[in-house]
Ligand binder design. Structure first.
Ligand code: DGL
Length: 255
């Protein structure tokens, strides 16, 4: 493995681009290979077994086809379903996952009221229960699911009237009731504008993207694998259509 090898960033679709943005900001000199599995998205309503198989297939493909120095699973759902087994299968590899940023919420709002919005798989997995038990004494946590939101982001409608129509009934009961909302799916930060508009300025939105980028840098630094540049980003997608690649680029460059 060399410093010039790639950081592979994987998600069920375009959501992981929200993590890639943090990675690029923190380590602009790296060579990134993004792989979104939009042909099989959404993962969040599948069985755990299916998500695990899809995640393994993606990791194997990336390792087979590219010189990968670190694999970032930029998907809470895939991390919840597969990261443990993936690390067991590839003990010599650097594999970084993402989980809902409950620690961040508990640190910022001790004793506070926190919502976690994530996919069905993430919210039902044991990994999430373990995370919840670490923090449910320091804050009151509400689990919120938003079926259909990933599909809107995948079709370029993250901040659209349809998103507003989907989210308003889901979030209305929480208006004025949350100090923080954790966006526990990497697709959701792209809908942050709509979410904030509904919940109002009293609720802070948090996500695990920056923490994941910092952890990736820590792991690469420890292995003496940090690269100084020039950096680049290559985006690939299993849906292999030009529209998906255009949307990914747009989300990556969006301010
Ligand atoms: N982006 C993924 C996550 O962070 C899930 C999206 C999906 O359901 O495919 O959980």
């Amino acid at each position: 493995m060399t410093k010039q090898d790639e950081i592979a960033v994987f998600d069920s679709g375009v959501g992981g681009i929200s993590v890639l943005r943090h990675l690029r900001r923190l380590m602009p000199g790296e060579r990134y290979l993004y792989y979104g599995d939009s042909a099989n998205a959404p993962y969040g309503s599948r069985s755990t077994r299916e998500v695990r198989d899809l995640t393994f297939a993606a990791a194997e493909k990336l390792y087979r086809e590219h010189p990968v120095k670190a694999l970032v699973i930029a998907c809470n759902t895939a991390t919840a379903a597969a990261v443990k087994e993936l690390r067991q299968a590839y003990p010599e590899r650097i594999i970084i996952g993402i989980e809902p940023a409950l620690k961040l919420a508990a640190d910022h709002f001790p004793g506070g009221r926190v919502g976690v919005m994530a996919t069905e798989v993430t919210l039902r997995e044991e990994k999430f229960d373990l995370l919840l038990h670490r923090f449910d004494e320091s804050c009151a946590v509400a689990k919120i699911s938003a079926p259909g939101l990933v599909e809107l982001v995948e079709t370029g409608r993250a901040d659209s009237p349809e998103t507003e129509a989907l989210l308003r009934p889901i979030l209305t009961p929480y208006i004025g009731a949350l100090d923080a909302l954790v966006l526990g799916c990497t697709h959701y930060p792209f809908a942050a504008g709509t979410i904030s508009r509904i919940l109002g300025p009293g609720t802070v939105l948090l996500d695990g993207g920056e923490g994941t980028a910092r952890e990736t840098r820590r792991r690469l630094e420890a292995a003496d694998l940090l690269e100084e540049g020039p950096g680049r980003v290559v985006i690939t997608n299993s849906a292999a259509d030009a529209r998906m690649l255009r949307l990914s680029r747009k989300l990556l460059e969006q301010p």
